[in-house]
Design a protein around this ligand. Structure first.
Ligand SMILES: Nc1ncnc2c1ncn2[C@@H]1O[C@H](COP(=O)(O)OP(=O)(O)O)[C@@H](O)[C@H]1O
Ligand SMILES: [Mg+2]
Length: 297
């Protein structure tokens, strides 16, 4: 079952389309990596899912039910979120901040204890939040989002600005949550930060969802470059040494197998010494860069 679905979701500001006909499908229990360069519309889409802003057109469906003014309150009780910078009052301690959230959400003591333990902040709760590292602030933000044990957690760039150890900590936390049945949607503008954590990826470019699927599906959807190795020199009288010395490599992007066979046939017919034809392996990073036009900012 999909825990989130959107149907032709559109958000326009003035005449700019910021979210453009987006159809998300987030399967229950997964970590959904929501990727796209800065400005591609990730935060806006997440705000639409959380009903913080209204769509220009289209629909959001959460837990199999449409999000609207009648269902909004009830559906939101099942969603925890961390949008943009981490919340929390700096001059209060972690414990005091959690107390405020508890009162606001009506969470039990047990729920708060579990949320804090999940992000491993139990030993830092008596420090003022202004003395927390960025990683600790993010973890406190996640604890707040977990305070009512949501089925769905929506995290907007929780690894932004963290050092590698902090990023690793968040990754481990997201995996742990998914293993305990929480569906996690997490955004990033850097594939590497969530690539190995997410089992489903959605890639946004200029407001459009250009790809959605498992890591393997995304890799399969890319067509690796064909690389053809050719001996040098058209001169039939050149020596083997000359031919080897002047050899060259042709690179042809996004061609299918039939077209490749045709190109090789033409080369051979014209007398070229083709000695190698292969597909260049692409990493998921290359796919992401190609799809999002070099991660243009
Ligand atoms: N309230 C708003 N009014 C006008 N434009 C906005 C507003 N919010 C976001 N935008 C624009 O929408 C685009 C997408 O923004 P955003 O969703 O924040 O992207 P991302 O989170 O992927 O960086 C940006 O060009 C941004 O300037
Ligand atoms: Mg954003």
């Amino acid at each position: 079952m999909d825990i989130v679905r959107t149907h032709s979701l559109v958000k326009r500001y003035d005449n700019r389309t910021v979210v453009d006909d987006v159809n998300l499908a987030i399967p229950e229990g997964c970590v959904y990596g929501f990727l796209g360069p800065n400005g591609s519309g990730k935060s806006t889409t997440m705000k639409l899912l959380l009903s913080l802003i209204r769509p220009t057109s289209g629909e959001v469906e959460v837990f199999g039910r449409p999000m609207n003014s009648d269902t909004r309150r009830e559906l939101l009780t099942g969603i925890g979120s961390l949008i943009e910078s981490p919340p929390g009052y700096g001059h209060l301690t972690g414990a005091e901040n959690m107390k405020i959230v508890q009162r606001y959400l009506g969470s039990t003591d047990d729920q708060i204890t579990r949320a804090v333990a999940t992000v491993r902040l139990q030993d830092q709760l008596n420090k003022k939040v202004k003395n927390y590292s960025l990683g600790m602030k993010q973890r406190l933000g996640i604890a707040m989002a977990l305070a009512r044990e949501p089925r769905l957690l929506v995290l907007d760039e929780p690894t932004n600005g963290l050092d590698p150890a902090g990023i690793e900590e968040i990754r481990a936390l997201l995996k742990h949550l998914a293993e305990h049945g929480v569906t996690v949607m997490v955004s990033s503008h850097l594939l590497g930060e969530i690539d190995k954590t997410a089992n489903v990826l959605g890639i946004l470019s200029e407001g459009r969802l250009i790809l959605q699927g498992s890591r393997d599906q995304l890799l399969a959807a890319s067509t690796p470059d064909v690389v053809i190795d050719i001996l040098g020199s058209d001169n039939p009288n050149s020596t083997a040494e000359q031919q080897l010395r002047d050899r060259e490599t042709l690179r042809i992007p996004s061609v299918d197998d039939l077209h490749t066979a045709h190109v090789v046939g033409e080369l051979v017919a014209s007398g070229a010494g083709v000695y190698g034809v292969r597909r260049d392996e692409q990493s998921l990073d290359d796919v992401f860069m190609n799809l999002t036009s070099g991660g243009r900012l």
